[in-house]
Design a binder for this molecule. Structure first.
Ligand code: MG
Length: 307
């Protein structure tokens, strides 16, 4: 059993522009950077970046967990025993622990593909060409924000500026009615550049989402419905064969997530929890080891947040 010296520091990072989420306005990302040092003096960091309204612990609970470790030391056994109600802690400690045994120098792909979030509404039409020039070829646009007729009109224009070889994801954040979802799917079925529609209906409406998926060619991704590792497991057990948007930062131990994705051959999009480089690199490491082939929802800039 390995034992490590353990230190941690709490950070507060204001967003350049506050993020509007379905749970209100998010102004400051608070998280914890942990560091483990082994008896050879080698150190690795991990990041705990909770999103409580997405099903993880709160920052306060994560801080308590760090504080209760007595004597500034932690063993690998203690890390394996971090309970499932602390998934962001599991990821932070788990990824730091994994770093001692993985060859980080070789395995991060340099060309991991990132999807760019467009501003909502008509502003997307102007923004898309600029992002395209920067090298992005996968974009995400939020739907279910404006009345559907207005949104479809903007979308029609958006498709005229989307390059022929680019892809667009539509994220409804659970905000469509069944009939609206049908309308969108019918439109998208005639447009090959739509990669998928994300979370068309509310998180608990999985059987209706499955019905929509059976009736249309456009792939459907679940996000809010699969926010935590136990939700990923149960949705998979229920037979969902569409796409899973996974936020590794709050999905628990990285090795457990990797094993599950591999075992059930899940079609996965990795997505950000607005973490710093520490957590992002750990997620990239994991994505790289899994050879995921869909663009990831990780921006280099807060604006590209993928929630
Ligand atoms: Mg989403």
């Amino acid at each position: 059993m390995n034992s490590y010296t353990f230190t941690y520091s709490i950070y507060q990072r204001p967003f350049r522009q506050p993020l509007k989420t379905s749970h209100g306005v998010w102004q400051v990302r608070a998280g914890i950077i942990i560091q483990l040092t082994d008896n050879l003096g080698r150190s690795h960091q991990g990041e705990i970046a909770p999103i409580p309204w997405f099903g993880s612990e709160s920052i306060e609970q994560a801080i308590l967990w760090c504080q209760q470790l007595s004597g500034d030391r932690i063993t690998s056994a203690q890390i394996y025993q971090i309970p499932d109600n602390l998934p962001a802690c599991q990821f932070g400690f788990g990824s730091a622990l994994t770093a001692f045994t993985s060859d980080r120098s070789k395995s991060i792909q340099t060309a991991l593909d990132i999807s760019a979030l467009l501003p909502s509404g008509a502003a997307a039409i102007e923004r898309l060409p600029a992002l395209s020039t920067q090298g992005y070829s996968t974009f995400k646009w939020k739907i279910g924000v404006l009345p559907i007729a207005q949104e479809v009109a903007i979308w029609t224009q958006l498709m005229t500026v989307l390059p022929a070889d680019a892809k667009l994801r539509l994220d409804a954040n659970g905000g469509l009615t069944y009939r609206e979802a049908e309308q969108w799917l019918e439109l998208c079925d005639r447009e090959s550049r739509i990669e998928f529609i994300e979370q068309p209906l509310a998180p608990d409406k999985i059987s209706q989402i499955r019905e929509l998926a059976q009736l249309h060619n456009t792939p459907i991704a679940l996000d809010e419905s699969v926010a935590t590792f136990d939700r990923i497991q149960s949705v998979s057990a229920d037979g969902w064969r569409g796409i899973y948007v996974v936020k590794p930062g709050i999905a628990g131990f990285p090795w457990r997530l990797a094993e599950f994705i591999t075992q059930y051959q899940l079609d996965v999009v990795f997505s950000s929890v607005m973490e710093t480089n520490v957590g992002r690199d750990a997620a990239f490491q994991l994505a790289s080891s899994l050879q995921l082939n869909r663009s990831m929802g990780f921006g280099i800039d807060e604006w590209f947040s993928d929630l």
